[in-house]
Design a protein around this ligand. Structure first.
Ligand code: 6R9
Length: 646
């Protein structure tokens, strides 16, 4: 039995919701979703009020998700303009540079000016409502300005994580037919620079992205860049002589706000589409309640804007709530392992939301990470991205939170728009490793392989039985794949792809992905994507990729490859293949272990038996299951014999 951490008195005293409050509101949200979301939709400022609230169906063949469908609003207006009346001089964004001596405070008034100017700049280039704009930026305030400026003029942004390589950039631009990309000369991270514009140049060279007309470049490091006249334009020149005023476009609640690509179990990344009204309601409401955000607190989500966590909990949620949100350019371990705590002390951070992978990296250094700071300002901690193991949870609680800050272990996905399963600071007693209970309006269930709902204490596939406002609406340009991916495994329910267990108290424990998706340091990667990068190498004939338990990364990438006939396998080649994946896809997809083999375990119909490969990678040789259907069972023995060491 793990220890139970009850709600600390000092948290309870201030909290917006206690346990009775949670139970009452939750019940109301399930008994009367229409009434509940009609009331809470009011937290957003609407240009035209909605009369419709929930129009959703999970019915096979007719999956459709619409919320507030006759309301109109603008997401940027909600994040910026509506705070000018009473919070113009409040800090909206605290930006902390990679270099610890550099930071910047941006007020809501300044944010309004910067965003409006850039929005006018975009308009000058002929970008408008409905156009898609890719954003490939480092963690600088301009990344947030760019997102908000798109939202202001009704353009649909698609942020591409700054760690992706040229091929991945090109795929994403082409899938959504982006008209422009916003990038920077270079980004800074952990004391080094990354040539972002150079990556974009490579991605779009030779007319590889035919829809792309403009590349807008923000000057960040002043590093040298190549320049293509007519296509490339400097951000600062674009906004050189534009007005500070830009009317926010009137958008329908169901107009797309952004597309964000994420990995699935098949090769091609999926363009997850989020729309405006429901997303804003859900992002802002979860931000307020999950972190018990109180006026004048400093809130820091240490994610990257390239991921959904950055969208919902650095930009849209906190800014919609008029909060002060901290944006950090660097990494938790630079210049030293104490950086997170130092930033907390420097800016008096009250709420810190980060990922287990960062926590484990600091924990690996003993208590070094806590030595250079007091972190006395901290009140609430958060965790997201992967299961947090109880040891890391306890360490985070003790060493970072000084034993007094409750940890919100938040489970959710790109597809969900916002947090689905989570404690609330003033309401939930905590169990290390459990994401605990559903947020308002969320009906999780556990199903067996036939889709039968399991009651009470149980384990199974984690599904959500009904819609919530922040849910994705479709996959860009492929509604059929959307239905197929999320609603066909268990008919009439949204299937998350994760497995979970529910204990006797009704608490949920996420057990991890049930499909071919890896979670490496909190980054989602499809094994198929890595495999297609591998087989694109001239010496690789066939590849199979699986995850294995990794102390720091959560999951490591274990690669089985067969060489092309006649190719000699050398250390040099292994290195080359590893670097190839880095540059073809992304450094985050770098294989940890590369296992050359002359054969892969296949069924007689030619399917690779990944179940076996996963077991071998995890060093679990007993219980390999039935290998009798293999075309050549001897392959397994040879794989075991040559298993790569950790
Ligand atoms: C927000 C985000 C989603 C996948 C998800 C699950 C894993 C996220 C978790 C968690 C256990 C948590 N995941 N939070 N697992 N406990 N608190 O991370 O979105 O990048 O789409 O990843 O991450 O496996 O399915 P995304």
């Amino acid at each position: 039995m793990s220890q139970l951490y009850s709600v600390p008195e000092h948290i309870k005293a201030k909290a917006k919701i206690d346990n009775d409050g949670y139970k009452k509101l939750y019940q109301q949200s399930i008994d009367d979703p229409e009434g509940f979301w009609s009331e809470h939709g009011q937290r957003i400022t609407w240009f035209t009020p909605y009369t419709k609230v929930k129009n959703t169906s999970f019915e096979p063949g007719k999956v459709s998700v619409k919320w507030y469908k006759d309301g109109t609003l603008n997401a940027c207006y909600n994040c910026v303009d509506r705070h000018l009346a009473d919070k113009a001089d409040k800090t909206a964004i605290i930006w902390e540079g990679d270099d610890p001596s550099v930071d910047k405070h941006i007020t809501y008034r300044e944010l309004h000016k910067e965003v409006s100017r850039f929005a006018n700049g975009l308009k000058k280039l002929g970008i408008g409502k409905g156009d898609r704009v890719a954003i490939y930026m480092p963690m600088v305030p301009e990344a947030a300005y760019a997102m908000l400026a798109c939202a202001r003029i009704g353009a649909v942004h698609s942020v591409i994580f700054g760690g992706f390589s040229p091929n991945a950039i090109a795929d994403r631009i082409n899938d959504c037919q982006a008209k422009a990309i916003i990038t920077a000369d270079e980004g800074r991270r952990g004391g080094s620079t990354i040539g972002l514009k150079a990556n974009v140049d490579k991605a779009i060279a030779d007319d590889a992205c035919p829809t792309l007309e403009h590349s807008i470049v923000c000057r960040v490091t002043e590093g040298d860049v190549d320049w293509t006249e007519g296509r490339d334009v400097w951000w600062h020149e674009l906004v050189g002589n534009v007005s500070d005023e830009c009317q926010a476009e009137v958008m329908n609640a169901e107009d797309p706000l952004f597309i964000l690509y994420t990995s699935g179990s098949t090769g091609k990344p999926k363009g997850v589409v989020h729309t405006t009204g429901g997303y804003m309601v859900y992002a802002s409401m979860t931000h307020e309640y999950v972190f018990d955000y109180q006026e004048d607190e400093v809130y820091w989500c240490a994610a990257d804007v390239g991921w959904i966590t950055g969208h919902s909990y650095i930009v849209y949620g906190p800014l919609a709530n008029g909060a002060t949100t901290l944006m950090f350019e660097g990494v938790p371990t630079y210049p030293g392992v104490g950086r997170i705590g130092e930033i907390v002390d420097k800016h008096k951070v009250n709420i810190l939301y980060t990922a287990p992978t960062a926590i484990r990296a600091l924990m690996a250094k003993g208590d070094e990470a806590a030595k250079t700071s007091t972190r006395e300002s901290l009140r609430i901690l958060g965790s997201v991205g992967e299961p947090i193991n109880p040891e890391a949870w306890e360490w985070y609680h003790r060493a970072i939170g000084n034993g007094k800050c409750p940890i919100m272990d938040t489970w959710w996905q790109t597809e969900n728009g916002g947090i689905l399963i989570t404690p609330l600071p003033g309401a939930t007693d905590l169990k290390p490793g459990s994401a605990t209970r559903p947020f308002f309006g969320i009906q999780p269930a556990l199903v067996d392989s036939e889709g039968n709902i399991q009651e009470g204490e149980a384990e199974g596939g984690l599904v959500i039985k009904d819609s919530w406002p922040g849910q994705m609406r479709t996959l860009w340009g492929d509604h059929e794949r959307f239905e197929q991916t999320y609603f066909s495994t268990f008919k009439g329910m949204y299937f998350s792809g994760d497995g979970a267990r529910r204990d006797a108290d009704g608490y949920y424990w996420i057990t991890g992905r049930m499909d071919d998706v890896l979670n490496v340091s909190g980054h989602r990667l499809g094994t198929a994507e890595i495999e297609s990068a591998l087989v694109a190498h001239k010496s690789v004939a066939e590849a199979a990729v699986v995850g294995y338990p990794h102390d720091l990364k959560g999951q490591g990438i274990y690669v089985y490859v067969t060489p092309v006939e006649g190719v000699e396998v050398t250390d040099e080649l292994t290195k080359e293949v590893r670097n190839w994946v880095r540059s073809e896809l992304s450094p985050i997809a770098t294989p940890d272990l590369i296992h050359w083999t002359t054969g892969l375990p296949k069924t007689r119909s030619g399917k690779i038996m990944r179940r076996i490969l996963r077991k071998i990678a995890a060093n679990e040789y007993e219980n390999l299951g039935d290998t009798s259907t293999l075309a050549d069972p001897s392959v397994v023995d040879s794989l075991i014999e040559n298993r790569m060491n950790k």
